[in-house]
Write a protein that binds this ligand. Sequence first.
Ligand SMILES: Nc1ncnc2c1ncn2[C@@H]1O[C@H](COP(=O)(O)OP(=O)(O)O)[C@@H](O)[C@H]1O
Ligand SMILES: [Mg+2]
Length: 318
Amino acid sequence: MTAAPEDVSAILSELESRLDPAEPERTPGLTVLAYGEVSACLQLTGLPGLVCKRMSGFADEAAAERYQELVRTYLSELAAAGVQVVDTGVVPIPRPGRPPVVHLVQPELPVASLGHSILKTADDPMVVDAVERVLAATLRLAVYHRERSDGLEVALDGQLSNWSFGPDSPHLTDPVLVDVGTPFMRRAGRHLVDIGWLETPIPAGVRTYYHRRGLVGAYLDDYYDPRLVAVDLLGNFHKEGRADRVPLGVDVVNGWLAGDASVLGPHEPVTAEQVEKYYRSDADLLALYLRLRRADRFVRTKVLRQPYDFVLPGPVTR
Ligand SMILES: Nc1ncnc2c1ncn2[C@@H]1O[C@H](COP(=O)(O)OP(=O)(O)O)[C@@H](O)[C@H]1O
Ligand SMILES: [Mg+2]
């Protein structure tokens, strides 16, 4: 981070005192650089060269602390497994009379270095290189924790937009993960991240349904299967408007499954049809999750006139 940590905290506290999360774009000095599925990547004029991902919805201070601890553990587990992660500051911002928010503060990486830019504009050999490097990192993580055998499983979201490949094109460097807001860790099949927290932005009635059916936990479970991480990565080619490159990606993934990834046991090869089917059902789930969160925002802000605490993704084309 370029700014001193005290300055970052002070600037984020000042932001919190005037931010309307329901309408972030109307906040002076704030730009939404990109929307992800879960969080938004914010840029502040007071913090040049940095981006902030604002995590909110914690039930109390202890819940926010547990989240910070979990992110820190996640960062160190990834590093220990040899997966590179962008330098990430975990910055809690206390608020009067309300639980804190937590900002994840990172250097802003050039958009051209991010995987979705490479997918969209680079030539085939470079896209193959990018996908192979992500698959290698995904496998490294799975193998590391399997061999350590202390029961902790750690996973990642491999989609290309979550990685930076260095500014040095046409030569890619090993990918650096930027998406660490959902710490994927499981012990004895139990998610360490608080599922209730992920359900908080869903309207109360539907939330109970989600909770009883275990929908969020089941959604997260897929990330622990490296083959499904690869299928999801390829599925995102549809979202990024490069479905034409799915066959290229399928060949890379199948080479990996039959080669390096065979240490994880036999895996059925992937087909372009499976990729599209997986993508459609995943997109439906994510679209529903977003619609529910928007509905909750509408009721709270327009009907109940309550303060609203989440920056939701903008319109997403799928
Ligand atoms: N450090 C960064 N520098 C530049 N762009 C970033 C950075 N981190 C994230 N982004 C952009 O913002 C998007 C959303 O951020 P991400 O951390 O992936 O959040 P989500 O969990 O919501 O997917 C990314 O896909 C990427 O395009
Ligand atoms: Mg992401």
